[in-house]
Design a protein around this ligand. Structure first.
Ligand code: NAP
Ligand code: COA
Length: 266
């Protein structure tokens, strides 16, 4: 049985930056499945159009072209979303870039590119959205990652960018709380069938090594991140702001592999 009430988001509209593939497309589908109208935005216009069709077609979804690194591009996409569905209630900032490289193998432009998409992009999306969301009940969610909290080798750009996102969420929750606008983050653990995990764990051996360390012993699903998003956007979370919700099978608690079966001794 679906844990959420049918049509929970009927009458609501959502804008999902980076919603044209992967986890964020999963979020868009979940919100649309619960009755919301959704706009999904990414750099590739064809990918955006295809994503909207996959979500359910023109009655429920529109695909928009947008580069979150460019403020005017974000404003334009938000204006189109509002022109299409009349208003905005929910904004998700999930666009991201990642590649695996040591800091010394990363050019200044490589580092800047990821920080620009993830951190500056989230600032741009949230800052530009506020004009459309400035009322009680509005909800913004940033998609962050465990790298924000736990330092990871070969991930200097992502660690720096996602740590910045977590703190940006807290500051905006304080600044915008008085108008009833809530700002939160979701930190997914490893999610199956995504571009992110294809880059981070490209072989079956690396998938197994990581799975063995996760307390719940499996990768998560896009639907599970959709559920976490639905909760945070719903009235069930109306007193929740400035939090980062880990939806990660306990990954952030540390390495839960048992090593020689020595439960509790390591
Ligand atoms: P993905 O499928 O590659 O999705 C990235 C999305 O962002 C795409 O829609 C992409 O579309 C868009 N995008 C990239 N650069 C952009 C830009 N400059 N402007 C606008 N849109 C842009 O990735 P994913 O693996 O599902 O990850 C989604 C989110 O979850 C990310 O924030 C990631 O950090 C987070 N996360 C993922 C995992 C995981 O297990 N995969 C774990 C923890 C956190 P275009 O290429 O067309 O622009
Ligand atoms: N190792 C080291 N540097 C790399 C790299 C790698 N594997 N991949 C890209 N870079 C560097 C490039 O060399 C370039 O730096 P340079 O100009 O000094 O040579 C810089 O990063 C920007 O690359 P470019 O391809 O021009 O950027 P882009 O804006 O077209 O693409 C990326 C951004 C690199 C993040 C690209 O991987 C992307 O579009 N990712 C989106 C999908 C994704 O990452 N999904 C997972 C989300 S968790």
């Amino acid at each position: 049985m679906d844990p959420f009430r049918e049509n929970l988001f009927a009458g609501k509209t959502a804008f999902i930056a980076g919603g044209t593939s992967g986890i964020n497309l999963g979020i868009a589908k979940r919100l649309a499945g619960l009755g919301a109208k959704v706009s999904v935005a990414g750099r590739d216009p064809q990918k955006a159009t295809n994503a909207a069709a996959e979500i359910g077609g023109t009655d429920v979804a529109v695909g928009l072209s947008c580069d979150v690194r460019v403020y005017a591009s974000v404003e334009e996409a938000l204006d189109k979303a509002v022109a299409t569905f009349g208003k905005l209630d929910i904004v998700i900032s999930g666009a991201a870039g990642n590649f695996v490289a040591p800091a010394l193998g990363m050019s200044a432009n490589g580092f800047r590119t990821v920080v620009d998409i993830d951190l500056n992009g989230t600032f741009n999306v949230f800052r530009a959205s506020y004009a459309h969301l400035n009322r009680p009940g509005a909800s913004l969610i940033a998609i962050t990652a465990g790298q924000a909290v736990n330092a990871r080798m070969l991930q200097a750009h992502v660690c720096a960018a996602k740590a910045g996102i977590n703190h940006l969420v807290r500051v905006l929750a304080m600044e915008w709380g008085p108008t009833g606008v809530r700002v939160n983050g979701i930190s997914p653990g490893p999610i199956a069938d995504t571009e992110g995990m294809a880059r981070l764990t490209p072989t079956p051996e690396s998938v197994k090594a990581l799975t063995d360390r996760i307390p719940l012993r499996r990768y998560g699903t896009k639907d599970e991140i959709g559920d976490a998003t639905a909760f945070l956007c719903s009235a069930a979370a109306k007193y929740v702001t400035g939090t980062i919700l880990d939806c990660d099978g306990g990954s952030q608690l540390g390495d839960a592999s048992t090593r020689d079966g020595a439960h509790g001794l390591m």
